[in-house]
Design a protein around this ligand. Sequence first.
Ligand SMILES: Cc1ncc(COP(=O)(O)O)c(C=O)c1O
Length: 501
Amino acid sequence: MSDPQALKQEILRLTREYSRQVHGPFRPASDPERKPWKAGTTIPYAARVFMEDEVEAAVSSTLDFWLTLGSEGAAMEKELAAFLGVRHSLLVNSGSSANLVAISALTSGKLPDTRRIKPGDEVITVAAGFPTTVAPIVQVGAVPVFIDADPITGNARCGQLEAAYKEGKTKAVMMAHALGNPFDLAVTLSFCRKYDLWLVEDNCDALGCCYSMPRPLAESLGFSENSPGLDEGPDRVVRWTGTWGDISTQSFYPPHHLTMGEGGAVNIVRHQKLKVVAESFRDWGRDCWCPSGIDNTCNKRFGWQLGELPEGYDHKYTYSHLGFNLKPLDPQAAIGRVQLRRLPEFIKARKQNWDTLRRGLAVHGDLLEFSLPTHATAWNPEYGFSWDATGCRTDCSWFGFKIGVRPGAPFTRTALAQELDRNLIGNRMLFGGNLLRQPALAQLRQDHPEAVRVVGEMDGADAIMNSTLFLGTYPGLTSSMLGKMLDVIVSYCNSMSCDAT
Ligand SMILES: Cc1ncc(COP(=O)(O)O)c(C=O)c1O
């Protein structure tokens, strides 16, 4: 075969064929060609879910061999921004990098002096969660100020924000929507508006979550538009999480709502200036914004005088920030683009799987405590959730199914985790539990007590650390896998209850 294009097509045809033959267990549970789960094998808490389209996209882009972020990356950035309805999305190589870029952007000298985060300024965050929501705050020389988390929602106790505020010091709030459950955005945004603070939403575990408010409240906070494709009628504003703050982050590591292997994104919700500075921090700290391989986008490559450099110094090698290089590869973006097309189906599956687990475990509500979405007050198998009087609502795109073991139960969370392990059922703790108790933070506080501030007791974060775990809700879980998960937990609760009586 001498025509290179025909050769490529043949390689891609064979690639698809290969993938269909070997990747059967990774297809979405809803796909008719999905290989059934074999009893006696592991049920992971999460996994890559993909088909031959993703493998073809990766191979096709690899054959083109541009490698560094290029046309696939630019297309994915546009498609993700359009899905969310934000001004820009910038791809990075992980969710942790996204958090680092997001908070670094807020330190830029290009921002108004009263608002930029300077060394020693404070950023309010939450004690329970993933370490790289917090680490970048320290890495930019700011002080993380910890508030507690609520064991039922897994989220920050936003009522403590006021107590954490320090005039002249607090510059931002940076928190995650825990396990796909939005934190209280109404309270957090009101707080941020009152004191003119940035809000960074770590949306790494929450792509596809919605938060809605009565329209007058939303408008008072500066939001009148729904996110694309969302609508709860004229009296409400409904938007994806990750689109309420100033800047938000995604992870595309395999357990997340979509994957590119390693990867992530920084979403710039509104301010163009934040795009320019976030991109600069991602791309070595440079002042120039030419895509890779392109010169002179600004039309005055040799026409700048910045810093103490001589007039006309090459803009391509002019650095306005002490940046990083955190870009992913173009073949990763090619995979991500296919995954993005599956996102609505993935979100639906995560919700359904959560519901199946909730119904199946309801019988043991005396021993186990289940998550409630923020603003929900109760769950009922017939009517679903009931809601508090705020008028705010959440619709969760669950990262996991969180279970708390109640204080009087005849077993501990660790015993339940061990039982799940014995039965090859994937389970995880809510990441770092109370992060303040992690060796890294204990060491930091010992070495530099002023590097961290803690507001009140962290009983909720301790309860999360001591009494909860979570199961998977990912779209690769088939009904027989979910059935096995339920069987194991229900049988264990039954047997432990019998032993106790
Ligand atoms: C809330 C949260 N933020 C950030 C991250 C980091 O993402 P990554 O693993 O892509 O670095 C994670 C990872 O799971 C996470 O759960």
